[in-house]
Design a protein around this ligand. Structure first.
Ligand SMILES: [Zn+2]
Length: 113
């Protein structure tokens, strides 16, 4: 079994973030804690993701990504880039209006974290 298959099995053949069903060829293997923030390549830190989720998560922390998903939900018409959102998070008090814990990722519902 390839590493990719093992990682995909962890989330029952679904994207670990949005929960959409994935085939092996659709999987992007991402890091829950990104490598540039000290994350490693152990199976525990790897997650199967759809291209869309993996692209938006990028090297953000889970907390930053959670906030970004939440904001995308609220501001559908004006979609902010991750960088714009990080700037807003760091430079405004808008975050007070958007609770960080509203979004639960699929892998968090699985009981292994
Ligand atoms: Zn996804």
């Amino acid at each position: 079994m390839s590493k990719k298959e093992v990682v995909l099995k962890k989330t029952n053949d679904r994207c670990g973030y949005c929960g959409c069903p994935l085939t092996l060829s659709q999987v992007s293997v991402g890091h829950i804690i990104s490598k540039n923030k000290g994350g490693d390549n152990l199976i525990e830190n790897l997650i199967a993701a759809c291209r869309s989720c993996n692209g938006s998560k990028g090297d953000r922390t889970l907390a930053e990504y959670r906030l970004w998903v939440r904001w995308q939900d609220i501001c559908r018409e004006q979609s902010f880039s991750v960088y714009q959102l990080i700037w807003l998070i760091e430079n405004t008090d808008f975050t007070d209006r958007f609770p960080r814990d509203d979004v639960e990722f699929y892998f968090e519902t699985m009981g292994w974290i």
